[in-house]
Design a protein around this ligand. Structure first.
Ligand code: NAD
Length: 501
């Protein structure tokens, strides 16, 4: 057993997940830190997955009648357990997804934050009372629990995405069946162990929270099962284009959180010190493997040379290495295909006439992990490779001369997740956030596009899928709306003045 495998087992024991490994399992758990095998797990079969969904449905039928503030107590217990186990779960995120220590802990903090939000929300699931045209009548909306929510998640936020969905779904009165990424199964088992313990403490029905292990084929069981009214799927646009029509074919609902190709406009008035810090964090944080990672800079021609010189200097001092080392800022890519995609994109961009300013090569780190020097490529124009999402630390530089041109370049891509502008000019900032500016779900001023807080609705437009999770009124996606009209008069007036006697 490697040191990482031993450490992982210790963490799983402390989280209450025990030893889940089977020697001849078909699912190989690896750490991107050194490429080593941690252990093997067995996939659920389609029949087993259907049974899990059946148990979740039965649990839902009890849970939906529990008052929402009482449901909130389950999520409060989960939040307490996450606080208690933050270091362990954060370390497991680092081991399995390759995030640096601070980002692994940050991801667990995000889970705690959404639990806090959901507990408060459990006393605020409100509908409207609406004026009616009929005398002696009252019209109102009620929000009811929806059913079993299927959650399909990506490797790069292995625990936070589940919690964004699950914390809201549980207080909304739903059951949750989770199909995590096949690359990050152990963090899912760790979360499930904590959810099971929270469930025991709060006395929730068996099967209310469940995990399905397997690849996309197990995801398809959730996608196709009519007992799952909502499939919340986070991952690539390719996956979303497969999942959405299948769920729609049975008239189910989807909540899609798909790929991004996020940009920052850097205007002549920008505070460049601040912009450089914001750009570097957004572009190389999580080794460029965030859906909100910054992939394109659109910089005014008058400050381009200065900005690129400063970015190059910052990039060339970035500590690259094991994410478990406190000093590391750039950890590994998740696997060989991610490494190959990075290399291929650098090659294509330079073939398109791009000038490789820095990076773009493999970094020498002990073990069999896939580490790279983050790349900056100065592009003569926005070619197809720039418009594609390459899930790696690759930053393209584009140049503009007037703001309309910057907005046009910004919105020219198919994705619409997150965006930002660095400017001290209030007109530019307001235009960027207005209808003629960014077409994304998130538009920031003087911060990069990544690092959202849970209080706001999170998600994006166009090929990002249109879903919204987390804060604001995102909870409504996990409930069904019932419009009720009550006649407390002795007459029976009909709407629209219709007479029927
Ligand atoms: P991926 O699409 O390869 O896999 C995501 C999940 O979908 C996995 O659990 C996978 O097993 C499942 N899956 C794939 N095909 C499926 C199918 N046909 N039916 C059912 N399930 C299927 O994505 P990934 O490589 O794990 O993650 C990276 C991608 O996720 C990037 O594109 C990134 O932008 C995106 N992402 C988006 C958000 C967001 O909030 N918008 C957040 C995180 C990641």
């Amino acid at each position: 057993m490697t040191d990482i495998a031993i450490r992982t087992q210790d963490i799983l024991d402390r989280l209450g997940a025990g030893n889940p490994f089977v020697a001849d399992g078909d699912l190989v758990c690896r750490s991107p830190i050194d490429g080593s095998e941690i252990g093997r797990l067995r996939s659920h079969t389609a029949d087993e997955a259907a049974d899990v969904i059946g148990r979740a449905q039965a649990a839902f039928e009890q849970w939906r009648s529990v008052p929402a503030p009482v449901r909130g107590q389950f999520v409060r217990e989960l939040g307490e357990l996450l606080r208690e186990h933050k270091d362990d779960l954060g370390a497991l995120v680092s081991i399995e997804a390759g995030k640096i220590v601070s980002e692994g802990l940050g991801e667990v903090q995000e889970m705690i934050d959404i639990c806090d939000l959901a507990v408060g929300l459990s006393r605020q699931l409100h509908g409207l009372t609406i004026a009616t045209e009929r005398p002696g009548h009252r019209m109102m909306e009620q929000w009811h629990p929806l059913g079993v929510v299927g959650v399909i998640s990506a490797f790069n936020f292995p625990v936070a995405v589940w919690s964004w969905n699950a914390a809201l779904a549980f207080v909304c009165g739903d059951a949750v069946v989770w199909k995590p990424s096949e690359k990050t199964l152990l963090t899912a088992l760790g979360c499930q162990a904590l959810a099971a313990e929270a469930g025991r403490r709060a006395g929730v029905p068996e099967g209310l929270s469940a995990v399905l292990l397997g690849d996309y084929r197990i995801g398809e069981v959730l996608v196709d099962d009519p007992r799952v009214p909502l499939v919340s799927a986070t991952g690539s646009t390719r996956m979303g284009k497969q999942v959405a029509p299948r769920v729609a074919a049975r008239l189910g609902r989807t909540l899609l959180e798909l790929g991004g190709n996020n940009a920052a406009i850097v205007a002549p008035s920008a505070d460049l010190d601040l912009a450089v810090r914001g750009i570097v964090f957004s572009a190389v944080g999580t080794a460029g493997q965030r859906c909100t990672s910054l992939r394109r800079i659109i910089v005014h021609e008058s400050i381009k040379d200065d900005l690129v010189t400063r970015l190059k200097a910052a990039y060339e001092t970035l500590p690259i290495g094991s994410p478990l080392e406190a000093s590391t800022l750039v950890g590994p890519l998740v696997d060989q295909p991610a490494f190959d995609a990075f290399g291929a994109a650098v090659e294509q961009a330079t073939a398109d006439g791009g000038d490789l300013v820095t990076g773009g090569t493999a970094a020498d780190v002990e073990g069999d992990g896939f580490y790279v020097h983050p790349a900056i490529i100065d592009m003569p124009k926005q070619t197809e490779i720039v418009k594609a999402e390459t899930f790696a630390p690759l930053l393209y530089v584009l140049t503009y001369s007037d703001l309309d041109e910057a907005f046009a370049l910004h919105n020219e891509v198919a994705q619409g997740l997150s965006s930002s502008i660095f400017t001290l000019n209030v007109r530019e900032a307001e235009q960027f956030m207005s209808v003629v500016g960014s077409d994304c779900g998130i538009a920031n001023v003087n911060i990069g596009p990544s690092g959202a807080e849970i209080g706001g609705a999170f998600g994006g437009e166009k090929e990002t899928g249109g879903g919204r999770e987390s804060g604001s009124d995102a909870w409504r996606a996990y409930m069904r709306r019932s419009t009720n009209t009550v006649n407390y008069s002795t007459e029976l007036p009909l709407a629209q003045g219709v007479e029927f006697v």
